[in-house]
Write a protein that binds this ligand. Structure first.
Ligand code: PHE
Ligand code: FE
Length: 291
């Protein structure tokens, strides 16, 4: 534990809370080009695939203007809308630092952008994933409150030693969540909207399971970090997601301690099934087979 109360010290050049300056003036024209390419590709694809809150947020923040967004500029509007801001960090930050930012309505974002030769797949989240993927949803007042509550819940889960369970909630909502709307199934998860191939796979492929969101079920389901998800969980609205997560998780954590994990592609009798997936993509070796 360092002097400021965080578990690990920040890298040289970063502040105690791991933030750095974005240094917007130092992006090269080629880096701005990568943003514009990705932005145009994804907005064309997402017009009929992302949920309204995401599309509305994208417009409100005017994210494409002049390439990579200047955090100082988008923060003015974001602050006005929901009191959130984006802060730059060198890369992934420790869990306790991450939760502290969220609990204070700050979203930590990488400042670097992927190379032109890795437009479709990269290991670590870059500014396109973090800002294009996450920030539009933070303009929605209910989602904004959910993210802050998640930060507070994260600190608590860390103390209780149950972070593995809570992390699945983040994964299957904030990163890979789908929403049922009167217009059809829509995407709100940042990990999907920032990926061309998964934006199509998550909604249209016959391979993955699509299951109605159930809090405890989600917290018992492991996830993949290396390939498309084998299961997606579908919420009815941001409002209902916020309502079920308002409850005290302590009794749930106790029950989960005695419960086995569910297989990643398993279906349970109690599941509300939207798609019983063929799992053909995963069975054929997934991304390994593609390259
Ligand atoms: N209600 C949760 C708890 O008691 C906190 C939380 C809220 C977690 C929203 C995730 C999302 O721990
Ligand atoms: Fe993310």
């Amino acid at each position: 534990m360092s002097a400021d109360g965080f578990s690990a010290s920040p890298p040289p050049g970063a502040r105690a809370d791991w933030t750095i300056d974005q240094g917007w003036e130092t992006y090269s024209p080629a880096e701005h080009e990568v943003w514009i390419t990705l932005y145009e590709r994804q907005t064309a694809l997402l017009r009929d695939r992302a949920c309204d809150a995401f599309l509305k947020g994208l417009d409100a923040l005017d994210l494409h203007r002049a390439g990579i967004p200047d955090f100082a500029r988008i923060n003015e509007e974001l602050q006005r809308l929901t009191g959130w801001s984006v802060v730059a960090v060198p890369g992934l930050v420790p869990d306790d630092v991450f939760f502290d930012h969220l609990a204070n309505r700050r979203f930590p974002a990488g400042r670097f952008i992927r190379k032109p030769e890795e437009l479709d797949y990269l290991q670590e989240p870059d500014i396109f994933h973090d800002v294009f993927g996450h920030v539009p949803m933070l303009t929605d007042p209910v989602f904004a409150d959910y993210m802050q509550a998640y930060g507070e819940g994260g600190r608590r889960a860390l103390d209780l030693g149950v972070l593995a369970n809570l992390a699945r909630l983040y994964w299957y909502t904030v990163e890979f969540g789908l929403m049922q709307t009167p217009q059809g199934l829509r995407i709100y998860g940042a990990g999907i909207v920032s990926s061309r191939s998964e934006s199509i796979f998550a909604l249209e492929d016959t391979s993955p399971n699509r299951i109605g969101f159930d809090l405890e079920r989600v917290m018992r389901t492991p996830y993949r970090i290396d390939d498309f998800q084998q299961a997606y969980f579908v919420i009815d609205s941001i409002q209902t997601l916020q309502e079920v997560t308002l409850q005290d998780f302590a009794p749930i954590y106790e029950r989960l301690a005695g419960a086995a994990d569910i297989g990643i592609a398993e279906m349970l009798p109690g599941d509300s099934v939207l798609t019983r997936g063929s799992q053909a993509y995963a069975a054929n070796g997934g991304r390994l087979a593609q390259t």
